[in-house]
Design a binder for this molecule. Structure first.
Ligand code: ASP
Ligand code: MG
Length: 409
């Protein structure tokens, strides 16, 4: 029998008509014999309104209290949605973090709590799955967790996507359906690029990167809980039907990489020195394009006011140097090119980098203490690449690994 988790985002249940439309779609899937669990966000922009109300009160509110208050949106939604399902004739039960059968267990990092997957899975199997097997639809608060002491926690804004996929994983669902206010994943933001269109299939890795770089469709951390065997779809609420349209998310094909790794071969840095390097259009292209033409890979580029550097494989230094030199002598503003070899590239990756302040400092400080010089840092949202001397690579790698543990990344 098909097992489905359906997650409703705030706009898809922003009023009672929409709640009914959603409940009807769930009900018709249930009538077909599927085992269904529902995860809901707060209705509309309730969470924002709750936060505004707290701010307007001008009272000192602890993070713990704030989580309790923010949770009210989802706690109302489950009750309303479960009632709507019952009105259609389904058997539904709302699942609230203050009740015994609540499944999502986290640490006490209020506002951005970390999920205890082992404990959560155990509780889902104990409390949620048996309901589904008996033909009861559990309606679970998205975004919320509960810590060891029984306090309500939240797992980060937009977190009900995470809850949706987390439930999909823990009940071993065949399908996770994310109901939202867009048709699916688009080639660009249609509000900014009118010719943007729907993408039919996207991989977990692509989806995560889109989310990391600002696409609003899905919480990037949700993808960590997508198993390869689960079909996942993002669809618009207006269909009123769970089985049509939208974007299908495929994969993952490989384990998500989180942590620190060393690129296995030594790299070289080519630096062009000159004037107005940062403010002259096309100057970077002039130097870098000849490299691309002959198939020399560029691992990174950094630009400053009077110089820019490109990173290439050390074994390609001479070839690259000649090509860049040719560009330099042909351009008024570029004066000279130099190279420095025997560099190691160490890449640190974690979702946490995106919203944790001070990550670079925390990673770099142990190296400073160990007197290891960092030649360059290139950062790109969820990943940071550090360039150090090749001879320092092993010590640096070890220190980064320890620092990552401390950050909790
Ligand atoms: N209601 C929460 C928020 O607005 C969680 C969510 O909608 O995913 O952030
Ligand atoms: Mg959302």
């Amino acid at each position: 029998m098909k097992r489905v988790v359906v997650k409703f985002g705030g706009t898809s249940i922003s009023n009672l008509d929409r709640v009914r439309l959603g409940a009807r779609a769930v009900y018709s899937e249930y009538r077909k014999g599927a085992q269904v669990a529902v995860v809901v966000s707060a209705m509309g922009h309730t969470t924002d309104a709750l936060i505004r109300a707290v701010k307007a009160s001008k009272r000192e509110v602890s993070k713990k209290e704030l989580d309790f208050i923010m949770a009210l949106g989802e706690r109302a939604s489950v009750r309303i949605f479960a009632t709507a399902l019952c009105k259609f004739g389904a058997d539904a039960k709302y699942i609230d973090p203050k009740k015994k059968d609540w499944p999502v267990i986290t640490d006490s990092n209020f506002g951005m709590a970390n999920i205890d997957l082992v404990e959560t899975k155990r509780r889902v199997q104990k409390f949620i799955l048996p309901l589904m097997r008996r033909g009861i639809i559990p309606v679970i608060c998205g975004f919320l967790g509960r810590d060891q002491e029984g306090n309500i926690t939240t797992i980060g804004r937009g977190g009900s996507d995470i809850t949706g996929f987390l439930m999909g994983k823990c009940v071993d669902a065949d399908e996770v359906v994310i109901i939202t206010d867009v048709d699916g994943v688009m080639t660009a933001d249609p509000n900014k690029v009118p010719s943007a269109h729907l993408i039919k299939h996207i991989t977990v890795e692509e989806m995560r990167d889109l989310a990391r770089f600002g696409a609003q469709v899905m919480h990037p951390r949700a993808m960590s809980y997508k198993d390869p065997g689960v079909t996942a779809r993002v669809i618009h609420f207006s269909h009123g039907n769970l089985s049509v349209g939208g974007t299908t998310i495929i994969g993952p094909s490989e384990r998500e990489f989180v942590g620190v790794r060393l690129y296995g071969k030594p790299l070289a840095m080519l630096t062009v020195v000159g004037e107005r390097m940062q403010t002259t259009p096309g100057i970077l292209m002039k130097a870098a394009a000849p490299l691309s033409k002959v198939g020399i890979n560029i691992f990174g580029i950094s630009v400053g006011p009077r110089s820019f550097s490109v990173y290439v494989m050390e074994e390609e230094t001479t070839k690259a140097l000649k090509l860049v030199h040719k560009a330099v002598v042909g351009h008024r503003l570029m004066k000279a090119v130099t190279s420095e070899g025997s560099l190691a590239m160490i890449i640190a990756e974690s979702e946490r980098f995106i919203y944790t302040p001070g990550v670079i400092a925390k990673l770099a400080e142990p190296l400073a203490k160990a007197k290891i010089n960092i030649i360059e840092i290139l950062s790109s949202r969820a990943s940071i690449s550090f360039f150090v001397k090749w001879e320092d690579r092993k010590r640096a790698l070890e220190l980064f690994k320890q620092a990552m543990k401390k950050i909790g990344a």
